[in-house]
Design a protein around this ligand. Structure first.
Ligand SMILES: Cc1cc2nc3c(=O)[nH]c(=O)nc-3n(C[C@H](O)[C@H](O)[C@H](O)COP(=O)(O)O)c2cc1C
Length: 158
């Protein structure tokens, strides 16, 4: 719950709080329904998570029904808050786009005006040796693009 509490305080356009978190814990009957949405590569490790989450966002504003251009962006801020709180508590929160978006919308009864954004696995970090060989190879710290590739003084052309 503290992870979702952190997510709840993310900023959003018009403070509309477009994010909705659908979740199942390992103890829940629905857990398998969530894990079945994942592609094979993700399911191999994510089905051992404590919690699986599907993050969806409302595409329109509550106050006037107009399209909310930044609904995905705002849901992304909420996800990052959740991930940072997880990290602070020495838990791991891992976002995933490798799952069946249409099946998620259908099986989790997501209303039409909501978009499925991503799934999130939350749990304690397991040793890399618990993974199949091909996934173990991907267990190394990931770098980032250099700052001069992502930072432009003035317009994009500069
Ligand atoms: C929206 C989103 C979707 C992602 N989808 C997947 C995924 O389906 N499977 C996976 O193993 N990692 C997925 N990742 C994790 C990224 O690959 C990972 O964050 C990136 O490689 C950087 O690694 P780091 O977070 O360990 O620094 C996703 C991350 C985000 C933010």
């Amino acid at each position: 719950m503290p992870l979702f509490e952190a997510a709840r305080w993310a900023p959003s356009s018009y403070n509309n709080q477009h994010w909705r978190f659908l979740y199942a814990t390992r103890e829940d009957g629905e857990f398998e329904q969530f894990s079945e949405l994942l592609n094979e590569g993700n399911r191999a490790w994510a089905e051992n998570a404590a919690v699986l989450v599907t993050l969806v966002s409302k595409q329109t504003f509550d106050h006037n029904g107009a399209p909310a251009r930044t609904h995905s962006f705002d849901a992304g801020a909420a996800w990052q808050n959740l991930a940072l709180e997880a990290s602070r508590r020495e838990l791991v929160a891992h976002a995933m786009q490798g799952f069946d978006y249409e099946a998620a919308a259908q099986r989790l009864d997501v209303p039409d005006q909501y978009s499925v954004e991503c799934m999130i696995a939350i749990g304690e970090r397991a040793p890399a040796e618990a993974l199949p060989d091909e996934l173990q190879e991907r267990e190394f710290p990931k770098g980032r693009k250099p700052i001069d590739e992502i930072l432009h003084h003035g317009g994009f052309a500069d």
